[in-house]
Design a protein around this ligand. Structure first.
Ligand code: 7TS
Length: 419
């Protein structure tokens, strides 16, 4: 997760026409301003074309074929795995497991690695800012094994209190699982440092990279991450595909999670022998076309470059902070823009987050409102819900201005109602 300041500025107008959905107008001709990218992103024509091409001319089941079409399909699927390997700089292609998404990948680790390595009294360290996907599977594991969950606290402005990390670690710490970027606060966490400290204590690490891989360069070797997970749909790929990266030695030692076709070398009526990696963790028919679509999304992102994407999102984030501060009565969640990815969550004085989102929708602006699958984080911040605008490479400064105008309008509607 490295960024530099040297990329030339991005001009989203030069490629926005690649995204058919961004030309839409809604609610009587208002341009759609899509600012819900932390939930899911939109796809460029290149990804849609790759999906169509696959179904039109190269689709069959993979790794089963004695026929030409299955070979074609298998090649495309494995090409996609290689693209993911290069994207995150994994050493081996078989360290890349295709799953259905981040949630599925974390559950796989919790079931397979967790059930076979943890026992009562062992400890897992998480953080107060995790998405439910990186909380509930560990809570379920704790119910099954009696292991204990601890949490790295956050500051009021949404940063990890790193001083507490060493004191939370004990000789029973087995796993540290941490998000690289908070889906609400936008905070870019010092995951490399967290991993180092976890390794010093002899613990395994899992990075929830759902909000970082789509936005910044990722190098699993440099991070020394043991597991790293992310979803295709948050990086312009199709939904239904995600990635579990794991170090070869760890994955090799883990039992399969789902059982069925493809994950076996041999089956008898009463027993089976698992297949090698990555097949061992890809039971059944995998997300073939979604994986190919993800490969096309990776090509598109790399063509633009992660440094340029990060710089552009920082520009949008700074502009959003500046405009929203000018409106008044708005409390930001999370730190200053320089410490964030392109996520701006906020609470508007006297207006419920759902009303904010509804009023913005009337102006054509799509944001998310609620707890964003981070109920414990909202409790820590002493709020029930928040509004969240989240950006991607195709968003423009003009769209941030429209967000500001729509928010101002929402404020005046509510002020009129109250007076
Ligand atoms: N981890 C983080 C940090 C996330 O932001 C999300 C999804 C997930 C895990 C789960 O990913 P999935 O693809 O398996 O669903 N976050 C959001 C969000 O912020 N709004 O909608 C989904």
């Amino acid at each position: 997760m490295t960024t530099v300041d040297t990329a030339p500025p991005l001009d989203p107008q030069s490629f926005r026409s690649d995204f058919p959905i961004l030309n839409k107008t809604i609610h009587d001709g208002k341009p759609l301003v899509y600012l819900d990218n932390a939930s899911t992103t939109q796809r460029p024509r290149q990804v849609i074309d790759a999906i169509v091409r696959m179904y039109e001319s190269e689709y069959a089941n993979v790794h089963r074929g004695i026929h030409w079409l299955s070979d074609q399909s298998t090649d495309r699927y494995e090409d996609a795995r290689e693209k993911v390997r290069q994207l995150i700089n994994a050493q081996h292609r078989h360290e890349v497991i295709f799953t259905n998404g981040t949630t599925a990948a974390i559950n796989l680790v919790a079931r397979s690695w967790g059930d076979s390595n943890l026992k009562s009294g062992d400890e897992i360290i998480l953080t107060e800012m995790e998405h439910h996907a990186n909380l509930v599977p560990w809570q379920q594991l704790a119910e099954r094994t009696g292991c204990v969950l601890k949490h790295i606290p956050i500051t009021d402005d949404g940063q990890l209190v790193m001083d507490t990390v060493d004191s939370l670690m004990t000789n029973r710490t087995r796993l540290v699982a941490c998000t690289a970027v908070s889906n609400v606060l936008g905070t870019i966490n010092p995951v490399k440092q967290v991993i180092q400290r976890a390794h010093d204590a002899g613990a395994v690490t899992l990075v929830d990279a759902a909000q970082s891989v789509p936005h910044m360069a990722t190098d699993v070797v440099d991070l020394d991450a043991d597991f790293l997970v992310f979803s295709g749909h948050k990086m312009m790929g199709p939904s239904g595909v995600g990635v579990l990266y794991g170090k070869e030695a760890l994955l090799d030692a883990m039992p399969p999670f789902l059982g069925g076709g493809s994950m076996i070398r041999r089956v008898k009526l009463d027993s089976f022998e698992p297949a090698e990696l990555p097949a061992k963790f890809e039971a059944g028919t995998p997300p073939i076309v979604p994986a190919v679509g993800l490969g096309a999304a990776i090509d598109y992102l790399q063509n633009i470059g992660f440094d340029a994407i990060h710089q552009h999102e920082l520009l949008l984030t700074k502009k959003a902070h500046q405009i929203l501060e000018g409106i008044g009565g708005i409390r930001f969640l999370g730190p200053i823009p320089e410490l964030k990815s392109g996520i701006v969550a906020f609470v508007v004085d006297g207006i419920h987050a759902h009303d904010v989102a509804q009023l913005l929708d009337r102006e054509g602006v799509a944001i998310r409102a609620g707890h964003h699958c981070t109920m414990p984080l909202h409790k820590r911040l002493k709020i029930g819900a928040s509004s969240r605008a989240s950006f991607y490479l195709y968003n423009t400064l003009e769209e941030i201005e429209i967000l500001g105008q729509a928010l101002e309008k929402a404020r005046s509607v509510f002020q009129r109602k109250r007076s």
